[in-house]
Design a protein around this ligand. Structure first.
Ligand SMILES: NC(=O)c1ccc[n+]([C@@H]2O[C@H](COP(=O)([O-])OP(=O)(O)OC[C@H]3O[C@@H](n4cnc5c(N)ncnc54)[C@H](OP(=O)(O)O)[C@@H]3O)[C@@H](O)[C@H]2O)c1
Length: 268
């Protein structure tokens, strides 16, 4: 496939690596221009391009930028994107990072908001896995601990394309319904970043509480802001698993929680 990625940070760069490993052609763009992506190009074999070029004639487009940047995307970004090419939105809303977005504060699903801005349907996927897990925890089909990711959207064919791609990359996936249901794996929900298996994921989605998620998201974001950038990402995953009710008997999870709290308190 010919895949465009807008955003070359944690998620965009990780996906570029995976897609290139699978021999796909990858066009990748950031906000500062292709000349700033030479190193990533060398490392991955992805081709750095200008933003519009990333969506030009590709079979799949991934949007991996902060929510606050979505309205800054060019109005004619999708002019040359074939109508059948799916768009994956990996975005999450963090008011602490993105500022307040009233429609999202009123409960509109985050990817529905992105879809409105793009004036095209999108598929929500890969927003609820930390980039470290996305990079390092891909496993072959059938592996016992293979992570399962929810995929939401309206178009069945687009969802299938995305789910097949996830399988090739190394993840199980679950059809999580339409975009209006995708709040179930937004920040602050049990399915947000605990690296569940396909057996665990449906229960986590069921247990999501729409009215409680924003407060949990903001508490987590405040805590995260106190951590140094090199805080071990897999300890964050262990804490996410604990708060999702997984691994409650695993001492390593509790150590991770104590470590996180002690670092956060010390950084006050
Ligand atoms: N980090 C994670 O573990 C993770 C996991 C799942 C989902 N997500 C979500 O995925 C999205 C991306 O996260 P990230 O961690 O990859 O972000 P990041 O590391 O901060 O990278 C953001 C990328 O977006 C680019 N960008 C920003 N504004 C742009 C614009 N107007 N046009 C084109 N490119 C633009 C940036 O380019 P410049 O550097 O040139 O500005 C940068 O390459 C966020 O919504 C995040 O919440 C993140």
């Amino acid at each position: 496939m010919r895949i465009g990625i807008i955003g070359a940070g944690n998620i965009g760069a990780t996906l570029a690596k995976h897609f290139r490993r699978l021999q796909h052609t990858v066009l990748i763009a950031n906000s500062r221009g292709p000349e700033t992506l030479a190193e990533l190009a060398k490392e991955t074999g992805a081709t750095p391009v200008a933003i519009r070029e990333a969506a030009n004639g590709v079979d799949l487009l991934v949007i991996a930028i902060p929510m606050k940047s979505v309205p800054e995307l060019p109005q004619d970004l999708l002019a040359n994107l074939p109508p059948k090419s799916p768009i994956i939105d990996t975005g999450n809303y963090y008011p602490l990072r993105d500022g307040r977005i009233p429609d999202l504060d009123r409960g509109l699903a985050e990817s529905a908001w992105t879809s409105r801005h793009l004036r095209r349907p999108v598929i929500k996927a890969m927003n609820n896995i930390v980039s470290d897990s996305l990079l390092k925890k891909a496993l072959p089909r059938g592996a016992k601990k293979r992570i399962a990711l929810p995929v939401a959207g309206e178009n069945a064919q687009s969802k299938k394309t995305v789910m097949d791609l996830l399988d090739a990359v190394g993840f199980d996936s679950l059809d999580a319904g339409s975009l209006s249901e995708s709040w179930r794996f937004q920040p602050g929900t049990p399915a947000y970043c605990p690296d569940p298996t396909i057996k665990q994921l449906p229960k986590l989605l069921e247990r999501a509480k729409r009215d409680k998620a924003p407060a949990s998201r903001d508490t987590a974001a405040k805590l995260m802001a106190k951590l140094p950038p090199d805080f071990p990402p897999q300890e964050l995953v262990r804490v996410s698993r604990l708060s999702a009710g997984l691994d409650l008997l695993n001492p390593r999870s509790w150590f991770a929680l104590l470590h996180l709290l002690s670092v956060a308190i010390r950084s006050r």
